[in-house]
Design a protein around this ligand. Structure first.
Ligand SMILES: [Zn+2]
Length: 377
């Protein structure tokens, strides 16, 4: 048995405990949580200056894009980003494999215990299957041309069979998936989780509300697109299966849009990728509206094509000016585990084995720019 004590223990499900003790067995299973370290003989206590928290859950990554680090111009907007990524995606498998393994290692070293990861190809499958991290794979489908729906769907099914981590078919985004392809995904889904990019650029709403804009003009199959006169979010949610749904980015989601979504749809989770948002659109979501609406928020790193690190801690530093660290811990640990259905992860509750992260350089109860994470279990 080990007795870990720290200035702050973030449980991710209740108020933080100051000078408490986390009692764990040799494998890191939570045996008890004590709110007073006087209860334990001093000689048995292991003190960590700073804070302890559960292992982080990264709810949005594209591991297979890891070799694109630094290749795409920052702050040029999503339409430009999408245009460029198709052109530079190609690289040798060797170079991709090296980048994949490094990225996986980086996440592990940054205290990440589970990742919801997007795949458009089989490139990352073996890295994920052999990782110490739990991966859930979204086989992501896109084709705005309805005549391509069958072919793209069949290719997705084949990839799904090749993938040895838990996985499901998911649509890329509202603007890149035709109605027949949405229908195929919905029909095939038997309650598996879904993840979709949503309102990452203001162009999405322009496209759906007015049937115009830059995003629409660069769609290959724009002639098939019928605008709805509703926001991108309201246009998309009815097309999705009745499963837990993760909406990724939400940078330009407005308050009324969000509250309407929450009141009409169960099991909605929201993922923010602040560093990628700054990289691509140079804009952060309005976090206060998500806090006010008690939205189930989670945190993602997105890929190294639009980020310089794969670290939930670095994402938290970026959001910390807007959201309390206590609540951020719920976003970074508890909500993501709940979305992924990983009952043993996410919080310091008895019987769980959530991974234990030690964070140093905590100043006045907050992360500092020097804060680093070390995984103890
Ligand atoms: Zn993404």
């Amino acid at each position: 048995m080990r007795y870990l004590t720290s200035d702050i223990i973030f449980t991710a499900f209740s108020s933080p405990i100051y000078d408490g003790v986390l009692v764990v067995d040799d494998e890191g299973r939570i045996v008890d949580l004590l709110d007073d370290k006087q209860q334990i003989d001093n000689a048995n206590l292991e003190y960590f200056k700073g804070a302890l928290c559960p292992g982080f859950i990264n709810t949005h990554c594209h591991l297979e894009l890891s070799h694109l680090q630094g290749e795409l111009a920052p702050k040029s907007g999503l339409p430009h980003f999408i245009n460029s990524i198709g052109q530079i995606r190609k690289a040798s498998q060797r170079r991709k494999d090296d980048a994949l393994k490094l990225a996986d290692r980086q996440m592990y070293n940054n205290g990440i215990v589970a990742v919801a990861d997007i795949s458009n190809t089989a490139d990352s499958f073996s890295t994920k299957a052999n990782s110490a991290i739990y991966y859930y794979t979204f086989i992501e489908l896109f084709a705005s041309n309805p005549h391509k729906a069958e072919e793209v769907f069949e290719r997705g099914l084949k990839l799904s069979q090749e993938c040895s981590t838990p996985n499901s078919l998911t649509p890329h985004a509202n603007y890149s998936v035709s109605l027949p392809l949405f229908e195929k995904i919905r029909h095939h889904n038997k309650g598996e989780i879904i993840s979709i990019h949503s309102q990452e650029t203001p162009e999405e709403d322009t496209m759906f509300l007015k049937g115009s804009g830059q995003l629409l003009s660069q769609l290959i199959a724009k002639d098939f697109f019928k605008y709805t006169g509703k926001t991108a979010l309201q246009s998309t949610l009815p097309l999705l299966p009745e499963s837990p749904i993760l909406l990724v980015h939400n940078t330009f989601t407005k308050e009324e849009d969000m509250s309407e979504a929450i009141s009409n749809f169960d099991k909605l989770y929201w993922c923010t990728c602040p560093k990628a948002n700054l990289y691509i659109e140079n804009q952060l979501p309005n976090y206060q509206q998500f806090v006010d609406a008690k939205a189930k928020m989670t945190i993602g790193t997105d890929s190294l094509a639009s980020n310089d690190t794969l670290s939930i801690l670095e994402e938290m530093k970026t959001i910390q000016a807007h959201v309390s660290l206590e609540l951020l811990m719920e976003w970074a640990c508890k909500n993501g585990a709940e979305y992924l259905g990983l009952d043993a992860l996410g919080t310091f509750q008895k019987g769980k084995m959530p991974g234990i992260n030690y964070i140093n350089h905590i100043v006045d109860g907050k992360l500092s720019s020097d804060s680093q994470v070390k995984m103890l279990f």
